[in-house]
Design a binder for this molecule. Structure first.
Ligand code: NDP
Length: 263
C-alpha cells in the first residue's frame, strides 16, 4: 500500500485527500492519501521521508520551501521555483508544478484572454504568471507589498503595489492571495477592488469551495466568475498521473476525481 499526503498550514480545508482517494479506491490502486498539518516548512523533507511517502502535494505556504527541499526539479517547476507535487523516485525527492496547467484547464471556457491582472505575488502567482507569459498574455501584477514584485519585474510584467496602482481594462482578474481563505478580507482595498471589477470581463479566485468576499463582489456586479475548484481538479489530475506513473488512464483519473466533487 503506497502512502501519499498533502502538506500545508492550514490544511484541514483541503479536498485533495477526497480527490485522490476517490481515484485510488475506484480504480483499485493500492494507495491511500492523507493530510499533514506542517507549520515549519523546513521540516518538509524529513517528514516526507520519515513517513515513507511515495508522493505528496504541497499547499500554502510551503511551495517555495518544497522547491528547495527537492533533489531534482523538473519541467515548469524548474522555471518558476515553485513545487506543488513531490515524487519519491528511488529515495530521491523530485519536484513538479501542476498548478499552472491546472489553471489553464480551468479558464478554457473563458475563451481567448489577452490581458490579465493577477492580484498577489506568492508562489501561485509566480506559477500562473509565468504560464500566462508563455501564451503571450499581457500580465499586470498587483501586490500588497513591494518585496515580492522583483521576480515579476524581471519577467517584464507591469507591477504595482496598492500605492502605485492605476486601473486598466482586463479580460480576466485572478485573486491568487490567501485573502478570504480563513478571513473575510478582500485582496486589496475595497475601492480599488470595485474599480478593478468594473474594468474586467471575467473573474477567478484560486481559493475553492467558498464564495470569497472578492467573488461575492463579482457576483453582485454580474460578472462571470469561477472559484478555484476547476483549477484544483486540473492540478489534481496531473499530480495523480505522476503518482501512479502511467499505471492508470488519464480519462479514468479525470472521471473519478471529478466525481469526488459531488461528495
Ligand atoms: P503565498 O503564501 O506564497 O502568497 C500569498 C500572497 O497573498 C502574497 O502575495 C501576499 O502578499 C498575499 N496576501 C496574503 N494575505 C493577503 C491579504 N489579506 N491581503 C492582500 N494580500 C494578501 O501563497 P500561495 O501562492 O501558495 O497560495 C495562495 C492561495 O492560493 C491560497 O489561498 C491557496 O489555498 C490557493 N491555491 C489554490 C489552488 C487550487 O488548486 N485551487 C492551487 C494553489 C493555491 P504579501 O507579499 O504582501 O505578503
Amino acid at each position: 500500500m503506497k502512502l501519499f499526503a498533502i502538506f500545508g498550514d492550514p490544511v484541514a480545508h483541503s479536498r485533495s485527500p477526497l480527490m485522490h482517494n476517490s481515484v485510488f479506491k475506484n480504480l483499485h490502486y493500492k494507495a491511500c492519501y492523507t493530510r499533514i498539518h506542517l507549520k515549519d516548512g523546513s521540516k518538509l523533507r524529513d517528514t516526507f521521508f520519515s513517513l515513507s511517502l511515495s508522493g505528496a502535494n504541497v499547499t500554502v505556504p510551503h511551495k517555495e520551501e518544497a522547491y528547495r527541499a527537492c533533489d531534482e526539479v523538473r519541467g515548469f517547476a524548474k522555471k518558476v521555483g515553485v513545487v506543488n507535487t513531490l515524487i519519491n523516485e528511488n529515495g530521491k525527492l523530485i519536484g513538479y508544478n501542476t498548478d499552472a496547467d491546472g489553471f489553464m484547464y480551468a479558464i478554457k471556457e473563458f475563451g481567448n484572454i489577452h490581458n490579465i491582472l493577477v492580484i498577489g505575488a506568492g508562489g501561485t502567482s509566480k506559477a500562473l504568471t509565468s504560464r500566462f507569459l508563455q501564451d503571450n498574455i499581457n500580465v499586470t501584477v498587483l501586490n500588497r507589498s513591494e518585496s515580492r514584485l522583483s521576480y515579476f519585474k524581471e519577467l517584464a510584467c507591469i507591477c504595482h503595489t496598492w500605492d502605485s496602482f492605476e486601473v486598466n481594462k482586463y479580460d480576466l482578474v485572478v485573486n491568487t492571495t490567501s485573502a478570504g481563505l480563513k478571513d473575510t478580507e478582500l485582496p486589496a482595498p475595497k475601492e480599488m477592488i470595485h474599480n478593478i471589477l468594473d474594468n474586467t470581463s471575467f473573474v477567478a479566485d484560486v481559493i475553492y469551495g467558498k464564495l470569497t468576499p472578492f467573488l461575492s463582489l463579482a457576483k453582485e456586479k454580474n460578472i462571470t466568475f469561477k472559484d478555484g475548484s476547476d483549477m484544483l481538479l486540473g492540478q489534481g489530475i496531473l499530480a495523480n498521473e505522476l503518482f501512479v506513473k502511467s499505471k492508470l488512464q488519464k480519462e479514468d483519473i479525470s472521471h473519478y476525481m471529478s466525481k469526488s466533487f459531488e461528495l
